[in-house]
Design a protein. Structure first.
Length: 446
C-alpha cells in the first residue's frame, strides 16, 4: 500500500487550524499528525505543503453538469475536471437534463455514465414531477442524495405546480427534499408588467424585479408549511433574499428539520453588477440587492445558512445573449467557488474555518455522506491544498468548463488552489488535471 506524507501544512478541520501533517494510505487518511510528529511507518512519497492550508475537499451539493442531452455546453468529464481544479472533490448533480432524471432507469443510466466519465466523486438527485410521487418510496436512500423539487420554473421546465402533487411528494419522499422556490404566478404577473413597460426583452437589470423577493418568499413559505405538515426533511436551495432568512432557525444543523443553502453567485454579486456583467450573472433565482447579499453573508456566520453550493449551470455565451426574458439563466462557477469564498475570508466576511464548515463539513453531515468531508483517520483522502497570499487573476485560458467563460474573468483572488486529492489520488496539481482518473459514487447513511 502506497503511503503519501503531506507535511508542513496548516490543517483546517473541525473549527481549528493547526500545523501538522497528514498521511494518505491508498484511498484513505491513515494518520493526522500535529506539529513535527513523525508517521508511524515510512512513506514512499512526501509533499511539502510549505505552510499552505490543507482542507477537506469541497462537497458541492448543487450542480448542473448538463449530461446527458445538453453536452454541447458541458458534460460530466469537463465539469468534473473544472471541479478538481477548484478543490471540489464531490458533487451532487441535478435532474433537469435530457432525458430528465425522473425515472429509476434514467437515474441508473446517469450513475453508470458518471462511473466512466467523472474525475471526482458524484451523486445524483431524483427529479420530482406532478406524476411520479409513487416512485419515491422505491429510491435507494443509500445511493440517491435527495429528491429535487422545482417549485418554480427554470431551465428544463420541471415545474411541479399542482398542490395535490406537492403534498404527495412531501408526504412520500422519505428523504431530503431539495427545493427551487419561486412562485410562478408572481413571476408571470411581474414579467407581464415589466414587458408592458419596457418591451418584449427588458434589460437584464429588471430580472430581479421579475423573479422578485415576493416570488421567492411566497414559495419558500409554502415549502416550509408543507414540510411541517408532513414532517418532511426540507432543504431550500439558493436562498437569495433577506426576507427568506426569517423562515430559518439559527441552531445546530443536527437539530434542524429545515435547512438552507446559499450559492456563490448570491454571496458574491449584487444587482449593481448587472451594469458591468449583464446576462453573465443572470440566474434563477435572480441576484438581488446589496442588502440581500450582505444579509446572506451574515447568515453564514449565525447558523441560519447551513451550506454553500454553486448552482454551477453552464451555458454558451451565445445562449446568454439578450435581456431579462430572452437570455438563459445560469452560470459556470464550480472552478472558482473555493477561491471566491477564500476571498470573502480574506476580506473578513467569515473565517477560513467557517469556509471549511459550510463547504466541506456541513454538506457531509446534512446529506449523511459516508466517510467524507473531514480530515479524520479512516476517511477517504479527499483533500485540497490552498496557497494563501498567492494573488492571481482569472483569465479565459485557465477555464476548464466546456462553455469556455466565467463571470469571474478579470477578478483577482488572494488564495490559489494548488493540489486536489480524490480518494488519495493527486487529481489536480498546479494547473494540470489527471483527466484519466475516475471518482467514486457517494454513499449515504440515511
Amino acid at each position: 500500500m502506497k503511503r503519501i506524507l503531506i507535511k508542513n501544512a496548516r490543517i483546517v478541520n473541525e473549527g481549528k487550524t493547526f500545523c501538522g501533517s497528514v498521511v494518505i494510505e491508498d484511498e484513505r487518511i491513515a494518520e493526522v499528525l500535529t506539529g513535527n510528529a513523525c508517521p508511524a511507518q515510512p512513506c514512499e512519497e512526501t509533499i511539502d505543503a510549505q505552510e499552505a492550508y490543507l482542507m477537506p475537499g469541497v462537497i458541492d451539493d448543487h450542480v448542473h453538469f448538463r449530461d446527458p442531452g445538453l453536452t454541447h455546453k458541458a458534460d460530466m468529464h469537463t465539469e468534473s475536471m473544472a471541479a478538481a481544479a477548484g478543490g471540489v472533490t464531490s458533487y451532487m448533480d441535478m435532474p433537469n437534463t435530457q432525458p430528465q432524471t425522473t425515472t429509476l432507469e434514467a437515474w441508473e443510466a446517469k450513475q453508470a455514465d458518471a462511473a466512466g466519465k467523472s474525475v471526482v466523486n458524484y451523486a445524483f438527485y431524483f427529479g420530482a414531477t406532478n406524476d411520479n410521487a409513487h416512485l419515491l418510496p422505491k429510491l435507494d436512500k443509500t445511493r440517491v442524495c435527495g429528491v429535487k423539487l422545482f417549485m418554480g420554473a427554470s431551465t428544463g421546465n420541471m415545474l411541479v405546480d399542482r398542490m395535490e402533487s406537492l403534498r404527495r411528494i412531501f408526504a412520500q419522499a422519505g428523504m431530503l427534499i431539495a427545493t427551487h422556490c419561486e412562485d410562478q404566478a408572481v413571476i408571470t404577473a411581474n414579467a407581464a408588467a415589466i414587458r408592458a413597460k419596457y418591451g418584449d426583452d427588458p434589460d437584464v437589470k429588471y430580472h430581479p424585479l421579475i423573479r422578485s423577493t415576493e416570488a421567492c418568499l411566497r414559495s419558500s413559505q409554502l415549502a416550509v408549511q408543507l414540510a411541517r405538515e408532513t414532517d418532511a426533511r426540507l432543504h431550500i436551495l439558493h436562498i437569495s433574499t433577506a426576507a427568506e432568512l426569517d423562515l430559518l432557525e439559527a441552531k445546530p444543523l443536527e437539530e434542524k428539520q429545515i435547512t438552507a443553502e446559499a450559492c456563490i453567485s448570491h454571496l458574491f454579486f449584487c444587482d449593481r453588477d448587472y451594469d458591468t456583467l449583464g446576462a453573465r450573472i443572470k440566474c434563477n433565482p435572480a441576484i438581488k440587492t446589496e442588502a440581500d447579499r450582505d444579509a446572506l453573508r451574515r447568515a453564514l456566520t449565525d447558523g441560519r445558512i447551513d451550506v454553500i453550493g454553486t448552482d454551477h449551470a453552464p451555458h454558451l455565451l451565445k445562449e446568454k445573449e439578450g435581456g431579462a426574458l430572452k437570455a438563459v439563466s445560469g452560470m459556470p462557477m464550480i472552478q472558482f467557488s473555493l477561491a471566491a469564498m477564500m476571498e470573502l475570508a480574506h476580506e473578513g466576511v467569515l473565517t477560513v474555518e467557517q469556509v471549511v464548515e459550510k463547504m466541506c463539513h456541513a454538506p457531509a453531515r446534512l446529506y449523511g455522506i459516508e466517510k467524507r468531508g473531514y480530515i479524520r483517520p479512516g476517511y477517504q483522502a479527499d483533500l485540497v491544498i490552498v496557497r494563501p497570499d498567492a494573488e492571481w487573476t482569472v483569465t479565459s485560458d485557465c477555464i476548464l468548463s466546456k462553455c469556455g467563460w466565467s463571470p469571474m474573468e478579470g477578478r483577482k483572488f488572494h488564495a490559489r488552489i494548488e493540489k486536489t486529492f480524490v480518494n488519495g489520488h493527486l487529481v489536480y496539481n498546479n494547473s494540470k488535471v489527471d483527466a484519466g482518473h475516475r471518482g467514486q459514487e457517494l454513499r449515504f447513511s440515511k
